[in-house]
Design a protein around this ligand. Structure first.
Ligand code: APR
Length: 322
């Protein structure tokens, strides 16, 4: 049979490269593949690890009924032409270690990853997951020289999702009916915003007393640490992978979703020259818009305190890189 010399339709798939084949990277690979969002290249520094995971995930393709191709590699050349680069490479938090303790180790790793990936995918959008998140996102933007809208950090979706879950658990309602919002840095100074949390449109301030709300806010702030304490060998990965997956989906399907993400601020909320968690419209161009919601003076002050901590850590990271 003679085949058409040109492709009558665009048969190419999207390509997402995930750097770091640890818990978050491998779970995210599974989520992207099983949602049929893109082909995935999983890269790690450990020989054999990403290859083994890719093979294992591919072996379930016929059962899970997806057609994403998954490749494991230690060679950055295999990431060439990626639409999205997701960075999870780095060290995960250990008990008694704050995200910020990771600055020195992860700064070096993330800069190296950014340098390598941008060489092969100069037009990619970047989703950064490695902690401390807001600082690592800044380093990726600086290192790649990309436009600010092309680089974003995954944290707000995760923190908001934790808040959403804790509200649903407390009220005994269906989680998807809860809408929750967390702004600020991905750390102990994050800013959960109960005023903007609702259950099917009803503000939670009408459904819960202040003490309950305060407890939930505190649990959200410690959501990552609570899991690290229990696990003892690493951090959370199911919800982080799910959170990154909806950001990848929002980009590839051009959904223009309003999601909280670490975005580069240029005067928004009175802040400049740093990445911080804010509500963003995310679609195929990356961060299409930053939404400025009204904050009370106290909320604005908390956001600025969180931003100042991120700014100090950016300084530490840049100093450690020399
Ligand atoms: N290049 C590529 N991969 C690397 C590099 C590097 N230079 N350095 C480390 N890695 C890989 C490790 O070999 C490991 O497989 O990154 C992976 C990290 O995986 P895990 O230790 O399982 O960590 P994980 O739980 O996936 O968390 C990854 O996400 O949420 C954040 O705080 C978390 O920063 C951490 C990141």
């Amino acid at each position: 049979m003679e085949l058409s010399p040109t492709l009558p339709i665009n048969c190419t798939s999207f390509k997402v490269s995930i750097i770091g084949a640890g818990k978050v990277g491998s779970t995210l690979t599974q989520r992207i593949a099983e949602k049929n969002l893109a082909d995935v290249v999983l890269l790690d520094i450990i020989p054999g690890l990403p290859q083994a995971l890719a093979l294992d995930l591919m072996a379930a393709q016929g059962i899970e009924l997806h057609d994403s191709n998954i490749i494991g590699t230690n060679d950055y050349a295999d990431t060439a032409g990626s639409n999205i680069i997701v960075i999870t490479a780095g060290m995960a938090r250990k008990p008694n270690m704050s995200r910020d303790d990771l600055i020195q180790i992860n700064s070096k790793i993330v800069v190296e990853v950014a340098e390598q990936t941008i060489l092969h995918s100069p037009n990619a959008l970047y989703v950064v997951i490695t902690n401390p998140l807001d600082v690592m996102t800044y380093l990726v933007w600086k290192t790649t020289g990309l436009g600010t809208y092309q680089v974003m950090g995954m944290a707000g979706v995760l923190d908001s999702s934790r808040l959403q879950t804790f509200i649903a658990m407390k009220l005994g309602v269906y989680t998807a009916d809860v809408s929750a919002m967390v702004l600020g840095g991905h750390g102990d100074l994050m800013l959960p915003l109960p005023r903007y949390c609702t259950v099917t449109g009803v503000p939670i301030t009408e459904l819960m007393d202040e003490d309950s709300i305060n407890q939930i806010v505190e649990r959200t702030r410690n959501g990552g640490a609570e899991i690290v304490e229990l696990l003892k060998t690493g951090g959370a990965y199911f919800a982080p992978a799910s959170s990154a997956c909806i950001m990848v989906e929002a980009i590839l399907r051009n959904q223009s979703r309003l999601l909280p993400a670490a975005a580069y601020l240029q005067g928004e909320y009175g802040l400049n020259d740093l990445f911080l968690g804010v509500p963003c419209r995310i679609g195929c161009r990356g961060v299409e818009k930053i939404l400025e919601v009204d904050l009370t003076p106290a909320e604005r002050e908390s956001l600025h305190i969180s931003a100042e901590s991120v700014r100090q850590n950016i300084k530490l990271a840049l100093a450690s890189l020399g």
